[in-house]
Design a binder for this molecule. Structure first.
Ligand code: KG4
Ligand code: ZN
Length: 419
């Protein structure tokens, strides 16, 4: 007998991905199971590339343009799209028009779609409330509010970083293990949350965050450490820009650095042999679990001060040393936090957890230094922003009936305050 079976429609618009997923969720906190019924994502990377970073006003406009088409695609994939003419009472229409009034064109597209679509069989709507770019967050929130009102569904506000943690815990079940989160109807995509032993330490590394968070029981967080300046993904992106690599810089730096590692076939290139020497490892011996990446970025800037027209070889060695510096600092702080907290599980989440070198360093070091603790790294398809992770966190909140009637976008929403 299913315990808590629930279809969750989740919306993510915190940055430059517009994403909607529909998950059939079942089970309790200890053993939840998920079926991905529909999953659509439109990346705006190409649009923001010419600005060298995410341009908030443009992100907001693109989300507004994309939401209705991807909702339709997600519902269709989930086989929850049933055409039927709906009469929308005038009072309801006015309320929704007011909710969507800040996004030009969104109300029109919304009404055109929903007036030809039966309310779908979903039980709750989850949406990212923060952290992220507020103008971008608002579009998703208002869209979620409009749907919740029209279809009379409860709303769940999700912390994006909690979504990243849950994404890292997801395991693809036997039978579809080799399958990337796909979108073909014949796929049976069943995932379970891997069993957790608390305390769980999460290293969250993304474009906006670098933090170590401790979870001793479900959904209760303590902040153990955080960056005092730039986030690690931001450092990747800024250094990439200095090297004239396209946005987003993380994957580009990783690609170049891996070229060097492949050349050395597993043997590490000694820093003294690198044409750039050794970069600093900021705060590595500070004794705290806090991070700093601004100094590392400035050190790269300083190295490049009198240089113009770097060749590919020079870029590659600099990318390699930069990535080593980042991985060294991330590991040292995480190891310290693991020890201090006696953590039994380590989770790495956020866009930077896609980084091949960081994944490798953490996998090897956990095996050697913390053999009894479990390491959870997200499957590749779930490392960067998506709506599946919002549905997962949304389900855990919905299980506790944490429904809300209003949501405010909070660009700085945090999981935990420092004790
Ligand atoms: O989690 P995410 O998709 O968005 C935020 O919530 O910020 O993370 C995006 C960040 C960007 O800074 C991007 O450069 C970085 O993740 N990133 C990477 C890699 N893939 C994405 N950084 C290093 N190596 C990668 N392979
Ligand atoms: Zn993210």
């Amino acid at each position: 007998m299913p315990l808590n079976i629930m279809n969750i429609l989740a919306i993510e618009t915190s940055c430059d991905e517009t994403a909607i997923a529909i998950l059939e969720c079942d089970g309790n906190e200890q053993s939840a199971e998920f079926n991905v019924l529909g999953n659509t994502l439109l990346s705006q990377v190409e649009i923001h590339r010419e600005y060298g970073g995410v341009f908030p006003a443009l992100a907001k406009r693109e989300h507004a343009k994309n939401l209705v088409p991807i909702l339709e695609a997600a519902l269709e994939e989930a086989e929850l799209l049933h055409e039927d003419t709906q009469a929308i009472p005038e009072e309801m229409r006015d309320k929704i028009a007011a909710i969507l009034s800040r996004e030009p064109g969104l109300a029109e597209a919304f009404f055109e779609f929903v007036s030809e679509c039966e309310p779908p069989a979903i039980d709750a709507i989850a949406v990212t409330a923060g952290p992220g770019l507020e103008p971008a967050l608002w579009v998703g929130i208002n869209f979620a509010r409009a749907l919740a009102l029209l279809w009379d569904k409860p709303l769940v506000a999700v912390n994006h970083m909690e979504g990243h943690i849950f994404a890292s815990l997801l395991r693809c079940e036997e039978g579809n293990r080799n399958q990337v989160i796909g979108n073909s109807k014949s796929d049976t995509e069943t995932y379970t949350l891997q069993p957790i032993t608390f305390p769980l330490l999460a290293l969250l590394i993304s474009g906006g965050h670098t933090e170590l968070v401790l979870m001793k029981k479900w959904l209760k967080y303590e902040l153990i450490g955080q960056t005092r300046d730039d986030a690690v993904g931001e450092a990747f992106d800024k250094v990439a820009r200095m090297l004239e690599l396209p946005y987003p810089g993380g994957p580009e730096i990783s690609r170049l650095a891996e070229l060097v590692r492949n050349e050395y076939q597993g043997e590490s290139l000694a820093a003294k042999d690198s044409p750039w020497g050794k970069l600093p490892r900021p705060m590595i011996d500070s004794g705290t679990c806090d991070f700093s990446f601004a100094g590392l970025k400035t050190a790269v800037l300083y190295l490049l001060k009198d240089k113009s027209d770097l060749n590919d070889e020079e870029k590659k060695y600099l990318a390699h040393e930069f990535e080593n510096a980042v991985a060294d600092v991330l590991w040292k702080k995480t190891a310290q936090a693991l020890e201090e907290a006696n953590a039994e599980t380590l989770v790495i989440g956020g866009g930077v957890s896609a980084n091949t070198h960081i994944r490798r360093v953490f996998t090897e070091n956990m095996k050697n230094e913390f053999p009894r603790a479990a390491l959870r790294i997200p499957v590749a398809a779930l490392t960067t922003d998506n709506a599946i992770m919002i549905a997962l966190a949304g389900y855990y909140r919905a299980l506790r009936k944490e429904f809300v009637t209003s949501i405010t976008a909070n660009g700085n929403l945090s999981l935990a305050k420092k004790p």
